[in-house]
Design a protein around this ligand. Structure first.
Ligand code: SAM
Length: 280
């Protein structure tokens, strides 16, 4: 990492970088997933992918050097941004001088009190560390009523898992749970070379927009049902559900929706999963 820091000046010559800022001042912490974006064209494109408009309140998780924070603040009404690494305070304070509509919280987002943080609904736009992606996304999902949309930049394979349709190898519990609530799309792939320092793998923006397509009154039971359905991926749905549901009843319900006793969970669409859950 030190060697990398010394070579920063030579990196990414083609990027349009933020002129007010010296990257050499940063001690990038791998343990906090600190891979930052500095290319203003890319940052502005991300803001645009997130549908951020002038009356929007944006919640950002992981400000880093505040480059995305600034791009968001130039477009939005207000940005509330969390950063766990207090060594970034001086850099981020200077961002706040440039853009007074930014409010920073220097704390772990997982401990943040979201309920009273802001009035109305916010958009989430965040480049989040790979090791905490799923907990952060599910924390946001729990407070769904507070958000218009959630767009996270995550490892490409994670985004693909979130967005994958039934019948594909990536389709599983997370895909079904998220797609039962959101329209899930991948508006942009961000190659690893765009980050400083570059991570090992490419990333992708994953956009989650609530669709209100399905009424699931007991969402916790639905989540448990989906987890049980995939408890053994290679087994049939009937086999996975046998600890809780009568086999004949499951077969009967499967047949109602065009499946049979040999159907595997990954071959059932989100819509049909919800129907099967409701019928059982
Ligand atoms: N937004 C910046 C960008 O796009 O260049 C930085 C993104 S970097 C991938 C993720 C940032 O999240 C790091 O600055 C890291 O310190 C911060 N972070 C990691 N865990 C966090 C947590 N639990 N709460 C708040 N920030 C966290």
């Amino acid at each position: 990492m030190e060697k990398f820091n010394k070579n920063l000046k030579n990196n990414n010559k083609n990027m349009q970088n933020d002129e007010n800022f010296s990257k050499n001042d940063i001690n990038f912490k791998k343990s906090l997933g600190q891979n930052f974006l500095f290319d203003t064209n890319l940052l502005n494109a991300i803001v645009s992918d997130g549908d951020v408009e002038s009356n929007d309140l944006v919640l950002e998780i992981g400000a880093g050097a505040g480059t995305l924070t600034k791009a968001l603040a130039m477009k939005a009404k207000k940005v509330i941004s969390f950063e766990i690494d207090k060594s970034l305070i001086p850099i981020l304070e200077s961002r706040k001088k440039e853009c007074p509509n930014i409010e920073f919280y220097f704390q772990d987002f997982m401990d943040a009190e979201i309920d009273n943080l802001f009035e109305g609904k916010a958009r989430v736009v965040a480049n989040i560390p790979y090791y905490i992606t799923t907990p952060i996304v599910f924390r946001l999902v729990q407070k769904l009523e507070k958000f218009k949309s959630i767009m996270v930049l995550v490892q490409k394979e994670v985004a693909e898992r979130f967005a994958s349709p039934h019948g594909t190898k990536d389709y599983g519990t997370t895909s079904i749970i998220l797609q039962s609530i959101f329209e899930v799309s991948i508006p942009r792939i961000v190659r690893k070379e765009c980050f400083i320092p570059p991570p090992k793998v490419d990333s992708a923006l994953c956009k989650l927009v609530p669709h209100n397509k399905y009424q699931i009154s007991d969402f916790k039971s639905f989540k448990d049902f989906v987890h049980l359905s995939f408890s053994m991926r290679r087994k049939t749905l009937v086999n996975n559900l046998k600890s809780l549901y009568d086999k004949d009843k499951v077969v009967n319900v499967l047949q109602q929706f065009g499946y049979n006793a040999n159907t595997r969970p990954e071959d059932i669409s989100v819509e049909n999963f919800i129907k099967i859950f409701k019928n059982l």
